[in-house]
Every structure is written in C-alpha cells, then in structure tokens.
Design a binder for this molecule. Structure first.
Ligand SMILES: [Zn+2]
Length: 533
C-alpha cells in the first residue's frame, strides 16, 4: 500500500465509513481490507470468464511512416514501418514492407510510437478498475509493490493471462505482502511482520505466491534484512523497497537492494545518507520508530520525524562528500531509485500555494476519481500532512526537504543512476493527489523538472524500468518484443506533457478500447458509495 500506509484523506474518509473507530489509522486498514475483498471478486470475474476488456483475435497491423521513440533514451527514429504480428513487434523497417490485404494499416504520419509505460510503484489491490485506468492512460506494465495474500493470488492470474496473450491485461510483476520487522503497522493487511524465527514461513508464502521480487520496509533489523538478502539470492528474487532504519542506504544498496523507493525510506533515508550527522540522526530516528512500535502511536512518530527541528538538522548537515559516496554506492551496485515524486510533492509541499496537486482537481486525470475522494483531498490540502496539523514552520521545512531531494535526484541522474518512474498510486482509497494511470504522466513531468531530458523520462518508465527488472521483451520498441505500445498525437520530446496525447494503446498487439474502459470506470465512479464495494 502507499508510502506511509495511509494518508490524510484515508483518515478522513474512513472515519465516516469504518465501523471500527478506535483509531482512524486502524480504521483505514479495515477499509483497505474491504477494498481488497472487492478487488478479489472483480478479478475472479475477470479471470474466470472470457476477458472483460476486449477479446479481438490477435491482429496483424502495420503502423506506417511513424516516428519511433524506442524507450532507450535515443534520438527518435523517423519514418518507420512497424509490423505487429501475433502479439509481438515483428519488424521495424525504413521502407513499407509488402503486406497482405488482411493487415490493418494505421497511418502513423505525424504520430509518435512509444513502448507502453510501466508504473514502477503501484498498489492495484488487483482491482479491475485500477487496471482499466492504467491501460487507458497507456500504462501497460505495473510493478505492484505490496498486497495481501489473496490479492497476490489474483495478481498471479492476471500475470498469467497477460503472458498467455489471451486478452487485454496489463503486464504485472509483484512482490506480494511486504516484509517488515516489528512495526506499529500491526494490522496492515499488505504487511507481513517477521523476525528471524518466522522468516522461513514468510518466505514459503512468497514462494507459493510465486512473487517476482521481495519488498522490504523500514522496521527490519539489520539481521532480518541481511537474512532476506541471503534468501533473495537463493530464491533468485531481487529485493526492492524502503531502506530499513537499521542500515545506511549505502550498505543496503551495496548488499543488493535493487531499487530504493521514495526518498529512500519513510523519513528521508537518502538525505540521512548525505548527512555529516548520519549516525546520530539515524539513532534518533530509530528511537522514535522503536517508541512508535511499542506504543502503536504512529502519529507521534510522524510529528517527530517531520518536525522542523529534526528536518532542518537533516538538511543543514548535508555534506557533498557524503552525497558523492551515496551516488557511488548506487553506481557500484547497479541500484536504481524510484522517487515517486508525484506522491512526495503533495505531502512535503503542502504549505506551498503553488503546489500543483491542488490545481489538479480541475484536470481530467481525476475525472474518474469519486468526488468523495477528491473533496477529502481538497479539504485537507494545506492543512494536514499525514492526517495531522503541522505548524507552518514544520511544513516550510518539509518543502525544503522536497527541494533537496529533487536536487539529489538530479545529481544521481547525472552520475548515471537509473531514476525510474513510479507513482505509489493506491486503489481504491487513493494516495492524496495520486491516481492510477495519469499520475504516471505527472511523474514524468516531475522527473523532467528534476533534470531528466524528456527522452530520459520516457526511458525511466520504459527501457530503463525493464532493464532494472531484468525483463528483455518489454519497455523497448524492438523486433521480437511484446507489442505493448502507445501512439501519441504530439511530440513528447518537445514537451513531456505530450505523453498525455494518447491516440491508441496496444497490449500484446491487441488494441485497447480506451473509450469503453473509461466509460465503465466513469459509471462506477458516479456510484460513489459503491465504488468500494
Ligand atoms: Zn508504496
């Protein structure tokens, strides 16, 4: 589930919905569960019947005279003829190939062909609507970063359906339940809390669920984390996630954390690694987290860790030499960063009237989100962070933290660290101002503002993402690869916002009926109260 397990809106909405009101945080969890159960039902329908989304026979199509943006960050290839056959990209020619009369020819003049995007940090809860939103937005690959066991089973069915090429499904890779140590998130359904004794059981569950990687979280002890590193190597599974507070980021990536998410951890892990006061600040943070685990009080933890006094000490102790060492650790170990700026920005820049989350209300990307969700985001924007009223001083410090993180991302990028596009979108409850599908386009925009060229931002959601996951048949427009593609009507290399100008989407070489998908999503959104049922 989302970064902090839950955020302001969830608190608010859940207070009105959940029967269990002992604490708003726990109530949020019960809502998440309800969503998950609903998701399970939807996916059962999806998998047991004929494909819900579309069931055309695999077509042979030729996209003629199109500009290809291959996903590797290279210069565009002009006037290309791309043949789609049996779900794959059969050929890419500079001249029109001779094709039979049965081949559908799509005039690509003035259009831009890209690989389908990956959201490298998604929480779909296996919900059909979430997947429909993604596909309509050209996001054909999802790295699901944590869901409970029954939800993971459903994800496995969708993964298989995609791989068999039998219908229009997103391509999935997933972690299943996140693995954490003893934490205050006791009831968090997507979590599995382990210790050294219970670790083998957890690994057996992951194995049974056939997960693609292991998601780790902040509360793991050093021994638990290192045991997971060993297990991951034995099971040939990458580790990805938050850097546990018990380790430095440098140590975590050097020991094999393949992707680092968000700003490194719940509370500024990357900046901790850049601090001349790292060990002292880390000890303090660890104490705050221990206290929260003992009391179950996460609100106090957030209040302390995002307090201006603590944040300013973190920022003011920034040491360029330590930043260089951090970057070097990533470079040496081929680790990537998935910063999910689109989630961090609304949270850390809540005091900034310019913060773009608030204007997004009017934007089409939220048109399919239930009004109740949007009104909750609007209500808490600028007033609360993580469900709590922080002072102006605190929120100004958080905004500085955001700016510092963005600068660091630019530095990492210039040094060759893969920066990958992920959103932390969570469905159906939503991460404030983040919504499945179009928020990935927002993330691309934010990555460009952090210093990536548009072609590099596109690669962050395509070729670079595939490379980091070790997938060789996706993310790049190349002969033999799966034909998961987007056709754009405007040039995204001129303006990254043009990735939204989607004309067509293909999955496994089959056209996605975007209008039908969005229609269904809209009808469901109109029935707000049942959105979660
Ligand atoms: Zn997440």
């Amino acid at each position: 589930m989302i970064f902090f397990a839950t955020v302001a809106l969830v608190f608010r909405r859940v207070c009105t919905l959940a029967k269990r009101t002992s604490s708003s945080f726990l109530s949020a969890l019960s809502l998440i569960w309800r969503g998950t159960k609903a998701a399970a039902l939807w996916v059962m329908l999806l998998v047991s019947a004929a494909p819900l989304w579309a069931d055309p026979p695999p077509i042979t199509a030729l996209i003629s005279d199109v500009t290809v943006i291959d996903g590797l960050g290279e210069a565009p290839l002009l006037h290309r003829y791309v043949l789609l056959q049996e779900g794959r990209i059969a050929s890419i020619d500079t001249k029109q190939p001779v094709v039979g009369a049965d081949v559908v020819v799509i005039d690509g003049r003035g259009f831009y062909l890209l690989p389908g995007f990956w959201d490298m940090h998604a929480h779909t809860f296996a919900d059909t609507t979430a997947m429909e939103l993604y596909l309509a937005a050209g996001v054909t690959g999802l790295r699901d970063m944590g869901c409970p066991e029954n939800c993971t089973t459903k994800l496995g069915e969708v993964r298989q359906a995609y791989l068999s090429g039998s219908g229009v499904y997103p391509r999935l890779v997933f972690s299943g339940p996140m693995i954490d140590g003893d934490s205050p998130y006791d009831d968090y359904a997507s979590h599995r809390q382990i210790n050294l004794q219970t670790l083998p059981d957890a690994l057996a569950v992951l194995q049974k669920l056939q997960v693609d990687f292991i998601k780790v979280r902040d509360f793991l002890s050093r021994d638990e984390y290192m045991a997971l590193v060993g297990a991951g190597a034995a099971m040939q599974l990458q580790l990805a996630g938050h850097v546990p507070i018990s380790l430095s980021v440098n140590e975590a990536v050097r020991s094999g954390l393949s992707t680092v998410e968000h700003e490194g951890s719940l509370f500024g892990g990357l900046l901790l690694a850049c601090s001349s006061d790292e060990s002292k600040l880390r000890d303090e943070l660890r104490d705050m987290m221990r206290k929260a685990t003992a009391s179950g009080d996460v609100k106090t933890l957030y209040a302390e860790a995002l307090n201006a006094g603590f944040v300013d000490r973190l920022l003011n102790s920034y040491d360029p030499n330590k930043a260089d060492a951090l970057v070097q650790a990533f470079v040496d170990s081929d680790a990537a960063l998935v910063p999910t700026l689109v989630m961090l920005e609304p949270m850390l820049r809540s005091a900034d009237p310019e913060f773009n989350g608030r204007r997004k209300v009017e934007d089409e990307e939220f048109i399919d989100a239930p009004d109740t969700l949007i009104s909750g985001w609007r209500e808490t924007a600028g007033k609360e962070v993580l469900g709590q009223p922080f002072s102006d001083l605190d929120r100004a410090a958080m905004a500085r933290q955001y700016n510092q993180v963005v600068k660091l991302i630019g530095k990492m990028h210039r040094a060759g660290v893969p920066i990958l596009a992920g959103t932390d979108a969570s469905f159906p409850d939503g991460t404030p101002w983040v919504w499945p599908g179009y928020s990935l386009h927002d993330e691309l925009e934010l990555l460009v503002s952090a210093g990536l060229a548009p072609s590099e931002a596109i690669a962050s959601a395509t070729g670079a993402a595939a490379a980091q996951m070790g997938l060789s048949d996706t993310g790049v427009i190349a002969a033999g690869n799966r034909a998961d593609l987007i056709l754009l009507g405007r040039n995204p290399l001129e303006d990254i916002r043009n990735t939204r100008a989607i004309k067509r989407v293909w999955v496994n070489g089959q056209p996605v009926d975007r209008d039908a998908l969005l229609d269904r999503v809209k009808r469901r959104a109109e029935d707000h109260e049942n959105y979660w049922e």
